[in-house]
Write a protein of this length. Sequence first.
Length: 401
Amino acid sequence: MYNRALVFHYIQAFFLNFGSTDFMVRFFSVICGLLTVFLAYKIGKEYSKSGGLISALFMAVFYLEVFYSRQARFYQLFQLMFFLSLYLLYKSKENPKFIYLALISFFITVDTQIAGLILIPFFIGHMLIYNKKQKYLSFITLIPLIRQFIGLFKVSTASTTSAVNYVSRYASYLTNIKYLFILIVPGVIWSFKKKRRLTFLLVVPSILLLGGVFFVKYFALRYAYFFVFPLVLYSSLLISFLYEKYGKMMLASVFILLILPSNLIFPFTYVNVIVPVDKNYYDVSAPEINYKDIPEDIAMELKDNTLVTMFSSGVEWYIKKPDYVFPFSMTGAGNDTISFNNVDIYTGAPILTEKPKGSFYFIVDGFSYSKLKSFQIEKLNNILLGCNVIYENDDLKVHKC
């Protein structure tokens, strides 16, 4: 039982009823991506007439929004529900009925990712001040906090040194978008003057959660991805404010900011996706493993013989359920986070740490291998002793033993 992001996975499972294909397993994330663009439009309209269209335009082509909307993972849903919860909470002052939708969105946010708990004080504070008739409902937001209380300590760390190190590692991903961090500052200030409550609700939880990400034990770009929404939103709103103040002369700036940092000009270091791309964003912190390029004849051999692997979910999806799984830590902390009672938590295959009897094939992927401790590498080398590599690409090697 993968007891996490149940809403996402059950909806994803619904789409799989129409076909067990890459397209269908990713389709729900595509929907979430489109709804994120629409949410940017709705929030942008709250600030200015042109704010909705300009915000939606830049949100629709921003490279990380495009890439996360194409993945069969729940991070796009988390970003959508996180900011939808805050937007609905804001709207509930005008229309109290929105508070019920806001609470539903909040619970989906927390179900998707434990980080959604950061919204609790903002819900309680807003409901006590602006939703007085329904303020008794505010304390039901504490339910997931109580349930997840122990889990919070498992992912957090008190190491300031680690936090500083993570800041620099996350900053390494920002080379192409530094200009957005310049534009967002006046964008937020100007937006705050126009809509204080809305800006406060969107910006403060985002900053707090981003700061919290630096104190999480594990590093991964996907943990900080949610912050892309306010980054693009308030940078876009700055452009819309300038457009409404100075008129059509600002259209040239919109065109330049849209086209110049796009893949029309920079095919490898782009920020905006104008021309469709057929490769995913290269992120060393993501467990992306290329099984699709394994030649068909080798794939058939793997299906017909004993198969051992490490990160098993992709193997089961593209080839078959592995016969054995070699344990490792998905996060790099400890030495095994993928087994329970000596069984792989993703596929149910038995865990293997010694060489199996008879002939077998072993898929060693780079992501899993990078998480192994020295004693595990030694065990793996003993298993692969005398084996031949019959196929390899940038992500994996197939050993015949």
